[in-house]
Design a protein around this ligand. Structure first.
Ligand code: GLU
Length: 367
């Protein structure tokens, strides 16, 4: 049985396909969480539904499709959403605590640790953290945008061993089940490749923000950070309890062999990369096969503006993204020392932070 579980409930699950919160459905989901809580499992909920609840509360007003409209609906709905969860968990004598996050809270090393401490304190007191994006204040730049990716960040923050993405689909299929009668459920995914991404890309459900594509992104982030992931349907009987018990439900993505250490998790889940280092074939081989650090000599071009300490992508000009890592030099400096031997850095810049552009310990290979 899994010990610490993030249960992500999408709008389509919470509304049961209707236009407002479906309380009977929420009662049943709460019952399952309470049963696991009683068995000693740490449960975190990542809940959507703030915007939907706000819209219903205001009587489905006609609004311009602006960020401010969404912010307003979330501001009205988040409190109501939370009130429903409070009441439902109260039936079982379980306290809940609201945590509202934005991407900025996981991008900054400091705030990442603050959020992690808050979650840790709630769990230590057997309080169920109920997490949503802080939609009322999140503008596009600091928004995660969808709760699939948000739930993966929460799983990383909380060191969860299972991320359960509960949706209106039974899992990931070999083709779109609505149009292809031969489509079958994929019980387990070990490699998230381009063909799988293409498959998921075409199956946006239309309800809520995320489709299968964002679930796949979230699954990828979480499993790389050492968290198992299951995508399953909220309507399947006892689905949360069964998934946490390790029974085969939905589509499972096993955590990759070795959980990444703390810093590497942060590289993956925290800051959105602000630039890309293009490398030559020799450097790519050294990273891929020999687990080397990236030296300035192997860098052919740089895009984006970034500071020393920011996260950047590494790729070959024609290839997919090879790695993600923390740059030891800012973009201006790297543009000046690219192609240089490390011994020349000091001469070119007038100072040096060391011989590497990205240290191997600060880098995660994505292939
Ligand atoms: N945070 C949004 C809400 O609570 C939902 C985002 C999503 O469904 O992915 O309304």
């Amino acid at each position: 049985m899994y010990k610490r579980v993030v249960v992500k409930l999408g709008t389509s699950v919470l509304t049961g396909g209707s236009r407002q919160l479906n309380r009977p459905q929420m009662v049943e989901l709460t019952r399952q969480c309470a049963e696991l809580h009683r068995q000693g499992c740490d449960i975190l909920l990542c809940t959507s539904g703030a915007v939907a609840a706000g819209r219903a509360e205001l009587g489905f007003p006609q609004l311009p499709p602006t960020v401010a409209s969404k912010q307003m609906l979330a501001a009205v709905g988040q409190g109501r959403l939370m009130f429903v969860w409070e009441q439902l968990f109260d039936i079982y004598g379980i306290h809940v605590g609201q945590i509202l996050l934005t991407r900025a809270d996981t991008e900054d090393r400091h705030r990442f640790l603050n959020a992690r401490d808050a979650i840790g304190a709630l769990l230590a007191h057997k309080i169920v953290p109920i997490v949503n994006e802080n939609d009322a204040v999140a503008t596009e730049e600091i928004k995660v945008g969808d709760n699939d990716n948000l739930s993966a960040l929460v799983a990383v923050l909380a060191d969860a061993d299972l991320l359960l993405l509960i949706t209106d689909q039974p899992g990931l299929f070999t083709a779109d089940p609505r149009t292809n009668p031969d489509a079958t459920l994929i019980p387990e995914v070990r490699t998230i490749d381009e063909s799988l991404k293409r498959l998921a890309g075409g199956s946006k459900s239309g309800l809520g923000v995320g489709g299968m594509a964002t679930k796949l992104q979230a699954a990828d982030v979480a499993r790389r950070a050492g968290t198992n992931v299951v995508i399953a349907a909220g309507s399947a009987p006892n689905v949360i309890v069964r998934a946490v018990a390790g029974e085969p439900v939905g589509t499972r993505f096993p955590a990759l062999e070795s959980p990444l250490e703390n810093r590497k998790r942060w590289i993956l889940a925290g800051p959105a990369p602000s630039g890309t280092l293009f490398v030559d074939a020799g450097a790519a081989r050294a990273l891929r096969q020999n687990g080397r650090s990236l030296l300035p000599a192997g860098i052919t071009a740089i895009t984006g503006l970034f500071e020393r300490g920011d996260t950047v992508f590494v790729r070959e000009p024609e290839g997919p993204i090879l790695a993600r890592g923390i740059a030891r030099y800012n973009s201006h400096d790297l543009a000046r020392i690219r192609g240089c031997q490390s011994a020349e850095i000091d001469k070119v810049l007038g100072y040096a932070y060391g011989p590497v552009a990205i240290h191997r310990n600060d880098m995660i290979l994505l292939e």
